[in-house]
Design a binder for this molecule. Structure first.
Ligand code: SF4
Length: 533
């Protein structure tokens, strides 16, 4: 009998798949990648140190839970292949406390940002430290609220500029190690992401020791904090850490304030033992846990399937080249939509438009461009309202416009005649609001329409065009605006072009004009196809 293995296999040469596999793949939900973090962000390094520490710790991964709050760091819970909980803003610690009390066998880790843990969650942080809850807290400190647009936060150094402190922060920041130590934490360390090995070691120690342990990770946010403070690249910030970070294990935590341009003192500042809350609980009640007493452990299991992946569900569907539904009479649909608007508007012809998707797709910018095009260049009446979650990246968002030739008395969009949807979540949320006979444009690769909804849907491969033809996914919104303009003429082509040029970042005008043109051509193509059918 012959051996069916190839020569390479017999020689022990690793396969391509084996070569490409990342050592931490086992711990990552690779199906959720690529992640949403910006180039140069320190969160990848912080996560990598954590996965390494966790693997090294030997903890049973089936008994490790990860809890995050809101913010860029909050995404960690969704990327780790652990039992993970992406909770509400500032509530990661109380959620984790509940988990630990219900099941003392779990190792519960809170992985969140400075804004989430120290501002809205600040009270929970100090009280969990005071109780010495058996939790490991990884607090990534990037000195601002990154996800929501770079606002001043509780750790922003005095004098630092942010989107809400353009003249410099007037307040004194929290010193996280000192706060944790003063409140009763039993292990407190601080490292920058430049100190990857030391950071990993502290995370490892924090994971294995009982009690409230806190590891503060100083991490670059070049996109916002860095940009406002003249360090707009991740490497600039790493260079800054290289110049300013000093290691001093022996100092009192009150000496480790971070001032603008000053030293960043790193080290292990607290490493003590004292009874945890669970120790006291057992001392008082023996093996009995409060949840046993209340019968909570004996409730029937919750039907998790009913909620799908719940709050961890991703909004982005994988790109697929599959054939999309043919467009259905776009011009006719638009005129139908406009007739409807005119009828409902009593002759003033206000047209309601809703643009929706997820944070980071430029939905709000698209609304501003459309509104500016109509108001400033076509000289029409316009109202614009916006809606978005606490995250400016990854969460659901929408922008709603009313465009009319008459004064608009009520700015709220209630029954849009045109909806443009660039994510599945936004489609699910808003499609039912579409006026009867209205026009629904979707991103062909990110939205799977519901045939049962009975709406005429026009798929536009905006993200595909942006990625494959322009090499920049970020301009998918402008491609979509091109298609919207061609199909609806709700704003004139020239007005849209001027509005785009006024609003896109300097240096990107040519790219955005190309994106608009490609979307416009695609829309025109649909109309010609329709005319010749
Ligand atoms: Fe990182 Fe800042 Fe980008 Fe958030 S906004 S992913 S913290 S660089």
């Amino acid at each position: 009998m012959t051996d069916s293995r190839s020569e390479d296999e017999l020689a022990g040469v690793p396969t391509r798949e084996e070569i490409e596999r990342h050592p931490m793949d086992e711990l990552l939900r690779t199906e959720r990648l690529p992640h949403i973090w910006c180039p140069g962000c320190g969160l990848g390094t912080a996560l990598s140190c954590f996965t390494s520490a966790l693997m090294r710790s030997g903890l049973d991964l089936d008994k490790v839970s990860i809890v995050s709050g809101i913010g860029c760091t909050g995404r960690v819970a969704g990327y780790l292949r652990l039992d993970g909980f992406h909770t509400t803003h500032g509530r990661a610690i109380p959620f984790a406390t509940g988990l630990k009390l219900a099941n003392g066998d779990l190792k519960v880790v809170v992985f969140s940002g400075d804004g989430d843990l120290i501002a809205i969650g600040g009270n929970h942080f100090i009280h969990a430290a005071r109780r010495n809850m058996d939790l490991t807290v990884i607090c990534v400190n990037n000195f601002n609220y990154g996800m929501t647009g770079g606002q001043v936060g509780p750790t922003t150094p005095t004098g630092a500029r942010t989107s809400t402190s353009p003249k410099g922060n007037l307040e004194h920041p929290f010193n996280v190690p000192n706060l944790a130590a003063a409140a009763g934490a039993t292990y407190v360390a601080r490292w920058t992401v430049l100190h990857a090995r030391r950071l990993e070691k502290s995370m490892y120690k924090a994971l294995l020791r009982p009690g409230f342990s806190v590891v503060e990770v100083i991490s670059p946010c070049p996109t916002l904090y860095g940009r406002f403070n003249r360090r707009e690249y991740g490497t600039d910030m790493i260079e800054y850490y290289h110049q300013k970070a000093v290691i001093r294990h022996d100092v009192h935590p009150w000496e480790v304030d971070i001032g603008l341009g000053g030293e960043i003192i790193c080290g292990e500042f607290v490493d003590i033992e004292r009874p945890t809350f669970q120790d006291r609980l057992e001392e008082k009640f023996g093996e009995l846990r409060p949840s046993d007493d209340l019968g909570l452990l004996h409730r029937p299991p919750v039907e998790l399937e009913a909620h799908g992946e719940g709050i961890l569900a991703q909004t982005v569907l994988p790109l697929s080249p599959k054939e999309k539904e043919k467009p259905v009479r776009p011009r006719a649909l638009v005129s139908q939509a406009r007739c409807l608007a005119e009828r409902e508007g009593g002759g003033g012809a206000p047209l309601e438009i809703l643009l929706c998707g997820f944070g980071g797709q430029g939905i709000i910018l698209s609304g501003k461009i459309t509104g500016a095009g109509a108001a400033l260049h076509d000289e029409r009446e316009v109202t614009l309202t916006q809606s978005y979650g606490p995250e400016s990246r990854g969460g659901a968002c929408s922008t709603a416009l009313i465009i009319s030739d008459e004064p608009i008395l009520y700015p709220h969009v209630t029954c849009p005649s045109v909806i443009v949807s660039m994510s599945q979540e936004s489609y699910t949320t808003y499609q039912a609001q579409l006026a009867e006979g209205g026009l629904l444009l979707i991103d062909a690769d990110l939205v799977e329409p519901d045939p049962a909804a009975g709406q005429h849907v026009i798929p536009i491969p905006a993200t595909r065009i942006a990625e494959q033809d322009l090499g920049r996914r970020i301009v998918a919104n402008i491609v979509m605006l091109g298609a919207l303009t061609a199909l609806t003429e709700v704003v004139s082509e020239g007005a849209m072009r001027k509005a785009i040029l006024d609003r896109v970042p300097k240096g990107t005008e040519e790219l955005n004009m190309k994106a608009f043109q490609m979307g416009y051509d695609y829309g025109q193509g649909l109309l010609s196809e329709e005319a010749s059918a």
